[in-house]
Design a binder for this molecule. Sequence first.
Ligand SMILES: [Cu+2]
Length: 454
Amino acid sequence: MLIAVVLVLLVVGSILFHFLSPWWLTPIASNWVEVDNTITITFWVTGFVFVAVNLFLAYVCVRYRYRADRKAHYQPESKRLEWGLTWLTAIGVCAMLAPGLLVWGNFVNVPDEAHEIEAVAEQFRWSFRLPGEDETFGKTDVSHMGVENPFGMDPSDPYGADDVLINNGELHLPLHEPVKVLLRSKDVLHNFAVPQMRVKMDMVPGMVTYLWFEPIRIGEFEILCEELCGIAHYAMRGRVVVDEAEDYQTWVDQQVTYEETANLPAANPIVGQALYGLCAACHGPDGQGNQQLGSPKISGQSAWYMQLQINNFKQGIRGTQEGDVFGPQMAAMMATLTDDNSVRNVISHVQDLPDRPAPQTVEGDAERGGWLYTTCAACHGLDAMGIWQQKGPRLAGMSDWYMVSQLQHFKNGLRGYHPLDFGGDQMTQLSIMLTDDRDIRDVVSYINTLAPSE
Ligand SMILES: [Cu+2]
């Protein structure tokens, strides 16, 4: 009897939960209502079976419960019952699968008017490419990939020149225009998913997969990687921003083409030296850093990382948060670097400065820190010398007090707060694993043991 009551409660509870649950599909933002309908049909079919089977079970428990004067009747086979059940199941399964097949047919048949864009996945970030005015993508190849050419553009392909390269995780799309997203992975399996658009598709290295949809409302929607692609899979976030046509065009015009990023004049360290005079006031004549001024060692840091950070300061992506003492000082100075060439020139001078390990000021349990660092190594390297592919900067031999303060900033929102700071956001999500200042000190004191000797 008790079991029957439990079963009935289970059924009633599940139905109530289904209708009252706050966890339901996010409001849809694309044409794929069919996908939602398919899910609803599946819920109806499985829900019906669930209710019917459980109520039947409850009924049987009561109706045929044990009584001393009753004996079970043995019936090994019932043709009628078996046929009935087989047909019912077959209809149920068809009802669930058939709509899915029809939707899939639409999903893989891209309308002719869809415009193409490309999404590139790599551990653990997104970037995008638009075909440019000629509406044709240039060829790419892994052999061309490098710091100066992250997309691996083939320099000899004329179609590539006007390709628009968006080397961060924010993609804009025009409203009401069907888009075909070509999906490319640089390293391992990833999966491009935008829940509100009801689209998701695996990205396979060595192959171009695709999906299509039509955005039907203005807004910002998170891109998730829905394939377990490594330690920071959960922190691999991007964003789709759906704009009105003019806003979209404004955004496109702000992006750079391959032609603009290729064939830059070589950076000039002599010009850079003159510019560096200003930096020396805070970062020291040899770029060795100055703790009193909150200015870290920058000598020996990779050029690509310095460029990224200087651009972040210039664009207000870093050093604009209230409560940040030192960030805004650095940000204010960046007005002196008027264009990209000055940035590259001054960096090339910093590259020529002597790279002596910074003095070590942080004390902690390096052995315990070593365990914590296992995770960090995925992006900063086992030797903590930085990994360009993962955009993790060099930490070994750099200012240890600065690492402590930056880790605290990531945790308390003074860094990695800006919507366009995808790298900072990633580090913010990673910094959560360091639960307190002791963890931070321990991991930094372990990083100190990795300092390269002079
Ligand atoms: Cu991924």
